[in-house]
Design a protein around this ligand. Structure first.
Ligand code: CP
Length: 305
């Protein structure tokens, strides 16, 4: 089953294939479906970028999109995630895209459902398609990963983006630095070293900022005062960056908190490029999930219909 649940289930070779496929889609080439294939997007947490870029990707591939709304579904009557996915599979969905607030929600589904699961973000755990679009953006900029220094700034502990990216970037040969408040450091993430914020900024080829994940802070007394000046990307810190260095942020952005508002669309910012690349990466991930089994899936749909 061509699930995509975490980045560490992908080999380096598979990652590079997905990035190549994404590049081909960007150039207007690549597989599209001629069959009646259905994909369901199940979002149990808010999303703008991931949800709608999956939907655009699905439509560009000729897939039929079933958008699921938790508040108008039988989840409200107590139906479990497993029963929801099995129901959608029985009705004819050929793949499911899921975002869920629970870390590793997919463990209750793995090996028990017969259609690919694509993880669109699990709690503080993983965000593999964000990671892939970040890799595509870095590859387009530099052409390689080995030897680059990428610093990840801010709320490391609660960030699924930091977890997914640090592991894969260090595996691909980049040096990963973390910077941010002590209370948001993550002892369970061994893929980077902590550095003072100014040192991380000046030594990086990529400055990757993270959103402060307020919704995952159970202890609100832990909020950091004057965050922009202490830890964020101010205009003054941006002037200390290497000449060729770029700024990334998975967004949504808290303007004038993680980054000065005036820098969001500056020359070195790739924040909107990341969003654009998200569509092509998600097309490649959907292709990986569906293409090989297209004929089998089509036969199954005919039987069900
Ligand atoms: N970057 C990201 O996952 O954004 P959304 O929460 O809007 O999907």
């Amino acid at each position: 089953m061509m699930d995509l649940l975490t980045m560490n289930q992908l080999s380096n070779e598979e990652i590079l294939t997905i990035l190549e496929d994404a590049g081909a889609y960007k150039d207007g080439r690549g597989w599209t479906s001629n069959s009646m294939l259905f994909v369901t997007n199940l979002f149990f947490e808010p999303s703008t970028r991931t949800r709608f870029s999956f939907e655009v990707a699905e439509k560009k591939l000729g897939l039929h999109v079933l958008n699921f709304s938790a508040e108008h579904s039988s989840v409200q009557k107590g139906e479990t995630l497993y029963d929801t996915v099995k129901t959608l599979e029985s009705i004819g969905a050929n793949a499911v895209v899921i975002r869920h607030e629970q870390d590793r929600y997919f463990e209750e589904l793995e090996g028990k459902v017969g259609i690919p699961i694509i993880n669109a973000g699990d709690g503080c755990g993983n965000h593999p398609t964000q990671s892939l679009l970040d890799l595509l953006t870095i590859k387009e900029e530099f052409g390689y990963f080995k030897g680059l220094t990428v610093s990840i700034h801010g709320d490391i502990r609660h960030s699924r983006v930091a977890r997914s990216n640090a592991e894969v970037l260090s595996r691909l040969g980049a040096r990963v630095l973390f910077a941010g408040p002590d209370e948001w450091q993550d002892a369970s993430n061994p893929y980077g070293e902590y550095a003072p914020v100014d040192e991380a900024i000046t030594s990086s080829d990529v400055v990757m900022l993270l959103r402060i994940q307020h919704e995952r802070h159970h202890d609100q007394s832990n909020s950091v005062q004057n965050y922009l000046q202490q830890f964020g990307l101010t205009k003054q810190r941006e002037s200390m960056m290497k000449q060729h260095a770029i700024i990334m942020h998975p967004a949504p952005v808290n303007r004038d908190v993680e980054i000065a508002s005036e820098l969001i669309e500056c020359d070195r910012s790739r924040i909107f490029k990341q969003m654009e690349n998200g569509v092509y990466v998600r097309m490649a991930v959907l292709k990986r999930a569906l293409q090989k089994n297209e004929q089998k899936l089509e036969e199954k749909n005919h039987v069900i219909c």
